[in-house]
Design a protein around this ligand. Sequence first.
Ligand SMILES: Nc1ncnc2c1ncn2[C@@H]1O[C@H](COP(=O)(O)OP(=O)(O)OP(=O)(O)O)[C@@H](O)[C@H]1O
Ligand SMILES: [Mg+2]
Length: 279
Amino acid sequence: MYCIMQIVQQYSSAVRQGGITYFMSALVEIKDVCKVYNPGENEVRALDHVSVSIDQGEFVAIIGQSGSGKSTLMNMLGCLDVPSSGLYRLHGQNVSELDDDELSDIRNREIGFIFQGFNLIPNLTALENVELPLIYRGVGKSKRMELSKKALEKVGLGHRMDHKPSEMSGGQQQRVAIARAIAQAPPIILADEPTGNLDSHSTKEIMGILKDLHRDGRTVILITHDNEIAAQARRVIKIKDGHIEADSASKKEKEEGDAMRAASLEYELDANTVKEQTI
Ligand SMILES: Nc1ncnc2c1ncn2[C@@H]1O[C@H](COP(=O)(O)OP(=O)(O)OP(=O)(O)O)[C@@H](O)[C@H]1O
Ligand SMILES: [Mg+2]
């Protein structure tokens, strides 16, 4: 019973299918969020009453011109910043109510970040770069090595673990950054212009890896100003002057997606029931 209560608490919306109500996951819920820099005469309204909801397992591209508010929204989604007003719930938890330590905890647990500029430490090897955040999270040496090697193998860099960033191509450096983001298997991947510094071949590779991560069950949120990149996501949200101009999640696609997730949740509930009966 406790398992089911826990699941129900996490899932805030419900879908009815075949006469049964399934509780659905609203992983990210942003309601009427504003972000105002320099309040007063020279204020910049980077986000202006933005509302968006993203379910677990979605692959979403957020697209918009330079200055439209994409990175501000990503910082918000990634709990790197808090809204000036409005509500942000992540996994049902009101992020605005968390203090700095709690924000840092939720970031470590839930989110893997990938940035345009890779943000690798130049004098560390690929393996050491991937290991570093795990050290901060208090993961022991042998577990760190296991997780870091597995993540580097996942991005096809098992043979380059001892190379430093300067000895690798841009695409390879971004793959190291992805390995660093996924080493502790966070459920959400937030990528801000991950292919912005890459040629078309490396862009294809990185997009392939992001699609794999999505297929593995992760929620991927990708920020880009490139229509071709955005078109590879399942859902495209367009942002302009700090507000949402369009959201491609058509009713039909959404219903199909909901049905799929309901089926997987039904399986999860069945598995928990079996476990409880066994215990
Ligand atoms: N710390 C800040 N202080 C003041 N204004 C800011 C700050 N950060 C961002 N802005 C402003 O907020 C608006 C949105 O910026 P943001 O960085 O989110 O845009 P973006 O869509 O990510 O652009 P780009 O594609 O160039 O990265 C811009 O007008 C920007 O100048
Ligand atoms: Mg930006």
